[in-house]
Design a protein around this ligand. Structure first.
Ligand SMILES: CC(C)(COP(=O)(O)OP(=O)(O)OC[C@H]1O[C@@H](n2cnc3c(N)ncnc32)[C@H](O)[C@@H]1OP(=O)(O)O)[C@@H](O)C(=O)NCCC(=O)NCCS
Length: 156
């Protein structure tokens, strides 16, 4: 939220937050820039992880970029990092509005492609949601340590 590269949205119903989305306008190098610009906070967090959960730290470092080894991907797109709507508010068009409004802002900022990664297995409802708002499969890949995922993409 502190980065000026991001587009962060919340949806409210009766003054309560019932949904959010978080995207960056520039996927390429975003995580590295985020760490460099918040070195102290990330350093403290990494130290804590090193002691409490070293495996998580290894996973974090290995997944700083998420892309296929076999498909050419220049990462020249915006990226949706996370979206969620609370259970009781799902199915009312809130997810779609969060996403289409984020895409509108990005398009106004000169972005012409947006991508996201999502789980391959046991994830039918999110995949159907993304297809219904115009995302198509770019490629499938496996992240560290062994998580099969889709990278989806949409031309804005
Ligand atoms: C995925 C999620 C963000 C969708 O938000 P939502 O507000 O429930 O979705 P909407 O009501 O805006 O639906 C938009 C479209 O997606 C479709 N859709 C949404 N959920 C669906 C489902 N479970 N199965 C089939 N289609 C679905 C809707 O039919 C609608 O299509 P339409 O515009 O053609 O009618 C929400 O269900 C959620 O938070 N899920 C849990 C977290 C999650 O999976 N996040 C994504 C992780 S990668």
């Amino acid at each position: 939220m502190r980065s000026d590269e991001t587009v962060t949205m919340v949806a409210e119903e009766d003054d309560k937050i019932c949904g959010f989305s978080a995207s960056t306008k520039f996927c390429k190098g975003f995580n590295s820039r985020l760490i460099k610009n918040n070195l102290f906070a990330f350093g403290m967090f990494a130290l804590k992880l090193l002691v409490t959960s070293p495996k998580s730290l290894i996973r974090l470092v290995n997944n700083l970029t998420k892309k296929s080894d076999s498909v050419k991907d220049d990462e020249e797109y915006a990226e949706l990092y996370s979206i969620g709507v609370s259970k009781s508010a799902q199915g009312k068009g809130i997810g779609k509005r969060l996403l289409t409004y984020s895409e509108k802002i990005m398009k106004e900022n000169g972005v012409n492609r947006i991508s996201l990664t999502t789980d391959f297995y046991n994830n039918e409802s999110a995949i159907r949601f993304y297809h219904s708002v115009g995302y198509e499969t770019f490629y499938e890949f496996v992240t560290y340590p062994n998580r099969k995922m889709y990278r989806l993409i949409k031309i804005l």
